[in-house]
Ligand binder design. Structure first.
Ligand code: SF4
Length: 234
């Protein structure tokens, strides 16, 4: 049996609820992000050559229990696109899990894989009006006009050397910021990078950052829409 079928056989219609993930980099809160299986075979229709260096395909993301949880989330979301009861249960479940959080990162792993799935998150974001949400996308072919009306949501376009043209058109269309990379870290080029992309370097992707202190919740660059950001390969 292929991995997809094995996971499908484990998916239980009676237990549709999703698992959130605790990403140390996001904040000091638990369950601060949602993750689904990444890559062009799963939730990333806009994946490019640059995605072979994506952190979500490395290290702990390859642990069996992590892959399994992300795949079950992905399959559950796919099923919800065909089942109104499940869809409503999921929106309600995510609302209950997220409503008291200050910030929430959608897709520590994965991307928007369908218009219906974007609309589902639009509903959750509207319900959780006290929480600041943000995410990045290479799925440029969907309609984000509704979800972007939420003041508590920031979307950044994931742009790299392979999708630059479409990425820049996308950012202009929606007037949003860019997350560029991942790129090689070359200390003598760091100022060029900032100038080229009119950006800040994401401090979490610098090798010497202090993990005991640094979190997205402290940096605040992306969820507050402060500017473009460059990600170093890590
Ligand atoms: S730039 Fe700041 S907010 Fe954005 S991903 Fe990096 S640490 Fe998080």
């Amino acid at each position: 049996m292929m991995m997809r079928e094995i996971f499908r056989s484990k998916w239980k219609r009676s237990d549709p609820y999703l698992k959130l993930t605790t990403a140390q980099k996001v904040s000091f809160e638990r369950n601060n992000t949602f993750a689904i299986s990444p890559g062009p075979d799963f939730s990333c229709p806009g994946a490019t050559e640059a995605c072979k260096d994506c952190y979500a395909t490395k290290n702990r993301h390859y642990f069996k229990n992590v892959m399994s949880a992300h795949y079950l989330n992905f399959v559950t979301m796919q099923e919800a696109m065909k089942d109104d009861d499940l869809y409503n249960n999921i929106v309600n479940d995510l609302y209950n899990k997220i409503k008291n959080k200050k910030i929430f990162r959608i897709h520590e792993s994965g991307d928007f894989f369908s218009q219906g799935y974007i609309n589902l998150w639009d509903n959750v974001i509207k319900e959780c009006s006290e929480t600041k949400f943000w995410t990045f996308t290479r799925s440029f072919n969907f309609d984000y006009s509704h979800i972007l009306k939420n003041e508590n949501f920031k979307l950044l376009a994931s742009v790299d050397d392979y999708n630059k043209k479409e990425g820049l058109e996308f950012t202009e269309k929606y007037n949003i910021l860019i997350g560029f990379g991942p790129v090689e870290f070359k200390p003598d080029k760091i100022s060029d990078l900032i100038e080229d992309h009119k950006s800040s370097i994401c401090p979490l992707t610098l090798k010497d950052h202090n993990y005991s202190k640094l979190r997205c919740s402290i940096c605040g660059h992306c969820q507050n829409g402060k500017g473009n950001v460059v990600f170093i390969k890590h």
